[in-house]
Design a protein around this ligand. Sequence first.
Ligand SMILES: [Zn+2]
Length: 140
Amino acid sequence: MTYLLATASTASLTPEYLAHMVADLHLVIVDIRMDTAHRQDAWSGVNLAQQYGARYRYLPDLANVNHKVQDMSKGVAFVDYDTGYAKLMELNAKSRVMLLCSCHSSNCEKHEIARRHEAATGRKSGIIEAPRTNEQRKKL
Ligand SMILES: [Zn+2]
């Protein structure tokens, strides 16, 4: 089991590089944003669904209710964690998955999912930030 974590932002990842990753690593992008609209078209849910077809899944069950800046101090609260986690495990049985949200934080709902997964399985989850370079990608 390896999860990759990524932020839907060109500052973190270019759309072109994402396309390479999906192809090389046989990823399914699991979008856990509450709102998949994005000011850059490349990152909108509609666009990603069109581009990636079955390699893109929107999983709002794992979205963070407290995703707005003014609510972040309340911590992570999932829409429906158990349902979302079950769907995630189903996807992960067939493919490597990459959790995609909008946060630049190193401690957001993606990381909370990672912690809960480790606690539930008693194993290191192998959760890593998405590779940023071709060298890093080749090691996966
Ligand atoms: Zn996040």
